[in-house]
Design a protein around this ligand. Structure first.
Ligand code: SAM
Length: 228
């Protein structure tokens, strides 16, 4: 009988953000495929879990997939974890899930943190409709993507790096106009911060100093009614 691939969400900063079920599964599976074995080792050590780790990241996933599928076909139970958050959300896990589904192997989600949802629910922007775009293309296709998003009625959620956030906000002002945006920074960590305001004001704020840490950028959609 084929085994099971568990897609296990892990913390995006605060180590307490892990479910009891995730801890149990991480302890019980035959092996854990980890995007970053150092981060996963720290998490496992924190919870006194010992298990075998196999590195599975963007640069080796093509070679790893057939090996992991073969283990699953022999009946093993395998957990997939990313560096942080939910595997497959803007990280390489998705390719393994696709391969498992193609082979008829059971895929079981073990839900938990993801920066997109944490940022959205505390942003104050509408949550009834949103689009998640992950990282914008850096060059080719960037302009086209932004033009496609311009008329989106729901909240737009992007992942962004501190080095590129200014450029992205400048592009928003140029293409969308002066939209209301929210920067959700260092979620669940010591310096967690939400910066809310119109794009041009946030650009001025960024003039005062470089932004550090991990960032989710949320853009109000066309249906957004400003706070009164
Ligand atoms: N799989 C992850 C998830 O479920 O959120 C996302 C992985 S993606 C490679 C990493 C990006 O997620 C970061 O560049 C940042 O945009 C966002 N991110 C991850 N952790 C975050 C945090 N604690 N605070 C803000 N953004 C975060």
């Amino acid at each position: 009988m084929a085994g099971t691939l568990y897609i296990v969400s892990t913390p995006i900063g605060n180590l307490e953000d892990i479910t009891l079920r995730a801890l149990r599964v991480l302890g019980e599976v035959d092996c854990i495929c980890a995007e970053d074995t150092r981060t996963t080792r720290k998490l496992l050590a924190h919870y006194h879990i010992r298990n075998r780790l196999v590195s599975c990241h963007a640069y080796n996933i093509k070679q790893r997939i057939p090996q992991i599928i073969s283990r699953l076909q022999q009946g093993e139970r395998v957990a997939l974890v990313s560096e942080a958050g939910t595997p497959g959300i803007s990280d390489p896990g998705h390719a393994l899930v696709m391969a498992a589904v193609r082979e008829g192997i059971a895929v079981v989600p073990i839900p938990g943190p993801s920066a997109v949802i944490a940022a959205l629910v505390a942003s104050g922007l509408p949550t009834n409709r949103f689009v998640f775009e992950g990282f914008l293309p850096r060059k080719k296709g960037r302009q086209t993507k932004l033009l496609q998003l311009k008329d989106e009625p729901g909240t737009i959620v992007l992942y962004e790096s501190p080095q590129r956030v200014r450029k992205t906000i400048e592009d928003i002002v140029n293409i969308f106009g002066n939209r209301y945006i929210v920067l959700a920074r260092e979620l669940t960590k010591r310096f967690e911060e939400f910066i809310r305001g119109y794009a041009s004001d946030i650009l001025q704020l960024l003039d005062e100093g470089e932004m550090k840490g991990e960032i989710v950028l949320l853009i109000a959609g066309t249906q957004f009614k400003p706070f009164t």
